[in-house]
Design a protein around this ligand. Sequence first.
Ligand code: GDR
Length: 342
Amino acid sequence: MARRALITGVTGQDGSYLAEHLLNEGYQVWGLIRGQANPRKMRISRLAAELSFVDGDLMDQSSLVSAVEQVQPDEVYNLGAISFVPMSWQQPELVTEINGMGVLRVLEAIRMVSGLNHSRNGGTQIRFYQASSSEMFGKAFETPQRESTPFHPRSPYGVAKAYGHFITKNYRESFGMYAVSGMLFNHESPRRGAEFVTRKISMSVARIKRGYQDKLHLGNLDAVRDWGFAGDYVRAMHLMLQQPECGDYVIGTGQTHSVRDAVRIAFEHVGLNWEDYVVVDPALVRPAEVEILCADPSIAKKQLGWEPTLDFPQLMQMMVDCDLLQVTREHEYADLMPAGAW
Ligand code: GDR
């Protein structure tokens, strides 16, 4: 019988890649969807024929219990979150509710539906994946960061993710649940939201190249990240839930680049000099920055047999190529619309 997976955050970048991956692996896949006529469903319209949906909200415990009861999943992937770090200084309570307490609510839903309590530990068939983040390392105690590196988060987002990480571990230890965290470093793709720096760069480069934009405003060009391809990282999520013993894994490439490198690679790809277009805007610099993040993924490579397939220059170039097509298509479409309609 086909295995059943429930994904929260299915309309996001990672949710869409993971849903595709699991469907290819023969799973029946349900996405948890929040709100009536959620417009974000459009983002996964290409999967509409194969994917099922179930209503629920990470802010609403009873809806999560109902969703788990209805789907009866073998695997639950909790990817739902507010993922844009700067928003966590603007709405810290909301980010903590969803990114921190939301994890607890999903774990509780699994525990309740599985009938686990202090006297009846373990034995649940439902395996749980939590999307932990390299932001938990923050002002890192060591570089590269590995599974044992202590956390020092630098944003309310990172603090909330650290709670999600530890409560997942705690439910594993308290109730014998198969519950794991993937400590994923930055992962990007043409499906990345436009607010994140790599996509902001690739979209701006495409618009500048086509003559629709003049300048690209950025914050800290010296920030250094370990950027990989999101399509590779969802394979690691799935592999983590297939192990005989559960554990938490660092997922990244082990290679670092600065924001300045990203900008240079993207502009060079279309034959432009980045220094003619980039403007540094102090308003985009964060209150507490994470200067450098670099993964040591050696345990995941050895134990999961996981390997990334794209390096960072290839990834940036692919994103620019996709955005060149998208910008062209948007403007052709706009030209066909009645005046004032677009
Ligand atoms: P990050 O990703 O915060 O690392 O979190 P983001 O792409 O937003 O920032 C990366 C670095 O670039 C610097 N930067 C800018 N960032 C944005 N967004 N816009 C700018 O104009 C800009 N200029 C410079 C930032 O200061 C930062 O240092 C991502 C998210 O996906 C999280 O949800 C996830 O947990 C982590 O990656 C791993």
